[in-house]
Write a protein that binds this ligand. Structure first.
Ligand code: GLU
Length: 385
């Protein structure tokens, strides 16, 4: 099966492993990075949104600071990340700038993707960069994260970024060209797998613990990333990025493994909202608002009659009709206190009432699942498995 041209995807997250970017002795691999920049520009020209999750800060910082080979202490790797990240950001700004593309650096910590309020903020920032046609260049904020509160590997970070942004494809570029039935450097009979339809325990057993000195990943964390991505409806490709123009190479048919998701991305986000969270509050809406929700619109404060519970922005709220029946679920755009104050008012009055204007909707349609909709049915099916 062919993976389909990259231009057929709408939003692609590309994860770049350290070993591709950094040569221990010489530092940054400038020509390679330029070829990646050209590939990204070509995709953008074709209407594809591209996000980069780039490793390499620690590896580059080691070279810049002249730290010795071998394992670094936590504070040394954080110092290396500090020195390396600044160089990395400049390198991306330069290579993308050569194509008149602006790079926007985003440094994330684990809580930015795992806590819902911060998640919404991080997502809004990255969405805004994309809307402005900038390429987000994302890495973990290694300078402050301690072991307990960090991802530690960019494979899973990239998968969370992909699911957070509803990307339809995640590409992991590293020094491994895909999945084999066994680690190929250990088993000469290992066979290459171009397509994996589901990451089952049998598939996981094929991954050894192998990792090169510069990359933390190895196949195991790549499969973990695949599970995160696929479950949320994002396809994943693992391929070697060692060659020049590594993204164009995928379209040319160079070896890669495609991991298939079971459903489309937008549904997955909504399935998550509707099926897997306790509601922290309840809002009662009038019939006009109900009609608007059913036709796919956002919930505006004007249609909200009552607000119950002590929820905060980003918490799940149950949306009920005048008869008290749950008709939808969604993520609150405002804390309960503010929601109460603007309930029943026009969106144009929000600023005068609250003293600030954040958003016109109480629950945005992207963060809303109406009962009886396809996503809601899917969530019920998933829960009963
Ligand atoms: N965030 C780390 C860095 O930039 C890389 C983590 C990884 O290699 O997966 O150096």
């Amino acid at each position: 099966m062919s993976i389909g041209a990259l231009k057929s995807y709408r939003r692609i997250v590309v994860k770049i492993g350290s070993a591709l970017l950094v040569d221990r002795a010489k530092g940054l691999k400038q020509l390679w990075l330029e070829s990646l920049g050209a590939d990204i520009a070509a995709l953008q020209m074709q209407g594809v949104e591209v996000l980069v999750v780039s490793s390499g800060a620690i590896a580059l910082g080691r070279t810049v600071l002249g730290l010795p080979a071998g394992t670094l202490k936590l504070e040394e790797s954080q110092a290396a990340a500090a020195a390396g990240q600044i160089a990395l950001a400049k390198a991306y700004a330069d290579v993308l700038g050569a194509h008149n593309i602006v790079a926007g650096q985003v440094l994330l910590t684990l809580s930015d993707t795992e806590e819902r309020r911060r998640y919404l903020n991080a997502r809004a920032t990255i969405e805004t960069l994309l809307r402005l046609k900038a390429v987000p260049v994302i890495n973990e904020n290694d300078t402050v994260a301690t072991n307990e509160i960090r991802y530690g590997d960019n494979d899973r970070l990239a998968a969370r970024v992909a699911t957070m942004l509803g990307a339809d494809l995640l590409i992991l570029l590293s020094d491994i060209d895909g999945l084999y039935t066994a680690p190929p450097h250990k088993d000469p009979n290992a066979e290459f797998l171009p397509l994996v339809e589901a990451i089952t325990p049998d598939v996981e057993a094929m991954a050894g613990a192998a990792a090169s000195e510069l990359s933390r990943g190895g196949m195991k964390t790549k499969l973990d990333a695949g599970k995160i991505a696929n479950a949320a409806g994002t396809a994943m490709i693992i391929t070697s990025g060692i060659r020049m123009n590594p993204l164009a190479a995928i379209d040319k048919g160079e070896r890669s493994t495609l991991f298939m998701p079971s459903h489309a991305p937008v549904n997955a986000w909504k399935v998550w909202i509707s099926g897997h969270l306790e509601a922290a509050g309840r809002v009662v809406i009038d019939d006009g608002a109900l009609k608007a929700l059913k036709s796919g619109k956002s919930l505006l404060p004007a249609g909200v009659r009552e607000v119950h519970g002590d929820f905060q922005r980003g918490d799940t709220v149950s949306i009920v009709n005048m008869q008290g029946m749950e008709v939808a679920r969604g993520l609150a755009g405002y804390d309960a206190g503010d929601a109460l104050r603007i309930a029943g008012h026009k969106s144009s009055e929000i600023e005068a009432i609250l003293g600030y204007f954040a958003r016109s909707s109480m629950v945005h349609r992207n963060d809303l699942v109406v009962r009886g909709s396809r996503e809601a049915v899917q969530a019920v099916l998933e829960e009963s498995v």
